[in-house]
Design a protein around this ligand. Sequence first.
Ligand SMILES: O=C(O)CCC(=O)C(=O)O
Ligand SMILES: [Fe+2]
Length: 361
Amino acid sequence: MNSQSRTVEPAKIPVVDFEKLSGNPEERKVSLQQMDDAFKSFGFIYLSNHTIRQELVDEAFTWSQRFFKLPLETKRLIEHPQSADDHRGWAKVGAGLVSQGVWDPTEIEAMRQTVLPEQKEILEMGNPYSSDDRVANPYPNRLPPDDTFPGFRTFIEKWWDECINQEQLLMRCLCEVVGMKDLDFLSKQQTPGKNRSHMSWLHYLSMPASPLRSRDARRLNIHTDFGQLTLLFQDNIGGLEIHDDSANIFRPVLPKPGTVIVHIGDMLEKQSNGRWKSALHQVTAPPSFLYGDLPMPEDTVVERYAIAFYAHPDYNTMIEPLPGCEKAGKWRSLEWEDSMTAGDWMRKRVALEYEYKPSKV
Ligand SMILES: O=C(O)CCC(=O)C(=O)O
Ligand SMILES: [Fe+2]
């Protein structure tokens, strides 16, 4: 047995109970501490008893399956354009490239030559409202027309509202953790009606297990998330892994039904001045395929769905340490320029992922 097929223990990411986070002062104190500790060491938590009803989560996965099963011609009509700003629409298998935190052009080029394309298709979405108002919403969503796919737009609006509500409640908790008086400090960086948060609905295609098992391919390349806070819903297939810096290995993040994964992205790592960690993660085969005794090499890894919501501040927000975060914590080196806005950071990261040239707007 080679080292790659030796079992790796799953990450021991704590479950934080949202009812306790919003409960009596004593419960709140304990849970806030638990969340703070987890974001410092893992950058990830599982959130239980969250505000998004299970039926709605199930409905979202059903919509996702239905969307990705639409004919190719229908999806092509809403294809993601070659732009890092207009980050909306359906991106086919192979459109996303290396998204690792690698910045050196030669190194990136070398990776692009060797990394196998991720076997995933994705629907990128932003604010579903004000689609006719280019000032309020400069990049409206690309969704199938209502007569082709009735009910989807309405669902997306409902889903967006629920995610924003949960994310803003968590932002209040984070403000409390760092001792801010104004618990809405972070939520106020999102202008109501013009919220620049983002959603990716992901469909990982069924594929042979062998390149995943040999680590020659990944379902989603190693990356950190670009925004502040991610709400990540995964189905029960598994395959998400998080980097354990102390052991220098990736560990499975097992699906936990009834919870949503909440994790820190680059902007909040920067805003917390390194207190919280934007952790490297990836998607590969589920542990049973990587480490199990299933026959090789014909195994097929079944398709997988995940739904991510990324909380972002307004794009003109300067990403700098928050009040209460003056003291620098543990810092992973990110390629931040001084005085960088949320918009500049997003364009830089999206351009890298899709190999688009960021435009100067
Ligand atoms: O599919 C997953 O579980 C992870 C998705 C992810 O990391 C992302 O969308 O940023
Ligand atoms: Fe991610």
